[in-house]
Design a protein around this ligand. Structure first.
Ligand code: SF4
Length: 340
């Protein structure tokens, strides 16, 4: 199936800003200690229409930066983003505007992302008017329809965000994204700030919207239980790179990368379906000074000499599965309980 979205070697670097003391030192020594941080490093990813892709990894792995690149909030430093086989960078301005509407982001903190001085009708309907999707006079009816679709009472459209509960504000954020008729929703920890029961309601809403509006999702989350239940495929990220990509069931049954295996190791919990990232030996290295070769080698129980010398390519390890490990085949042949 033709991908709706394709990332081709997408990277994003940031310049680190030195602290005050370092700036003074730089001035005195006439040096520049600014460093380049590779937040996202050469990501290849195809997203099929109607798919739900999960992006997972520890804090600082680059998943939120990648989500922002996909949504057009950040530009990649290198690489291409193709929407329905068209390179976004080579589109005309009107085409690019249309493409940017096709991919909408639903933020983690709905409260912070909603303008407190605007009424909900304006928050939801403004962009649709600005982009010519509806006429200004059609806004009340249009917003009412979207509010009803996401489970909000249309009669409350003249209220302000603070007059809603946390779960309702999350629905307002979703309604605002839907108002410009996107094809892809990028959800960055969109349910993380909500109570478990409200989380379940919002996830059910995402499922209904996918069915009714033919949406594709990219889900960033640290909640492995949610990812396991909700996503079709999972991309596991470590220090800016995708280290494993597989269908959800296959990945949970037998990871082909030691990092994924460490992430998925069960931890004792009262909620059998609730799995969070386990504490993997050692700390995530600084992206300012990533380890050579395989970035995971200082923490990997399977590491050998080659691991610090050569970057493992993300390669096929089985049909529809890819892993970036020099010893993925060995791992593939083991039962999950055998490896560290
Ligand atoms: Fe571990 Fe080496 Fe595989 Fe990296 S390449 S995950 S260090 S075994």
């Amino acid at each position: 199936m033709q991908p709706i979205l394709k990332l081709d070697a997408v990277s994003r670097q940031f310049r680190s800003s030195p602290d005050f003391a370092q700036r003074i030192s730089d001035m005195l020594t006439r040096r520049n200690s600014e460093q380049l941080v590779r937040a996202v490093d050469g990501i290849d990813l195809d997203v099929r229409p109607g798919e739900i892709i999960g992006l997972v990894g520890e804090s600082g792995c680059g998943k939120s930066t990648l989500a922002r690149i996909i949504s057009g909030i950040l530009q990649p430093s290198q690489g291409r983003i193709l929407l329905e086989d068209r390179d976004v960078a080579t589109m005309t301005e009107p085409e690019r505007r249309k493409a940017s509407l096709s991919i909408q982001m639903v933020f983690q903190d709905a409260t912070a992302s909603l303008n407190p001085r605007k009424r909900v009708m304006e928050i939801i309907g403004e962009a649709a008017v600005v982009h010519g999707i509806i006429r200004p006079r059609d806004m009340p009816a249009y917003v009412s329809e979207i509010m009803a679709r996401v489970g909000l009472d249309p009669a409350s459209r003249d209220l302000y965000p603070h007059q809603f509960s946390g779960g309702q504000r999350a629905r307002i954020g979703i309604a605002r994204a839907l108002a410009v008729k996107p094809r892809i929703l990028v959800c960055d920890e969109s349910t993380a700030a909500l109570d478990v029961s409200i989380q379940a309601q919002i996830l059910n809403l995402f499922v209904d919207l996918k069915r009714d509006l033919d949406l594709t999702y990219i889900f960033v989350s640290h909640d492995l239980g949610m990812i396991e239940n909700f996503c079709d495929r999972i991309a596991v990220m470590y220090l800016g790179r995708v280290v494993e990509l597989a269908e959800t069931e296959a990945l949970f049954a037998n990871p082909h990368h030691p990092y994924t295996r460490a992430l998925l190791r069960e931890i004792p919990t009262l909620e059998p379906k609730k799995r969070i990232f386990t504490a993997i030996k050692g700390e995530m290295p600084s992206p300012l000074h990533p380890p050579s070769g395989c970035h995971f080698h200082p923490r990997c129980t399977m590491a050998r000499d080659v691991c610090s010398a050569e970057v493992p390519a993300l390669r096929d390890t089985a049909p529809a599965r890819r892993a970036a490990c020099h010893f993925a085949e060995e791992l593939k042949a083991q039962e999950p309980s055998d490896a560290g």
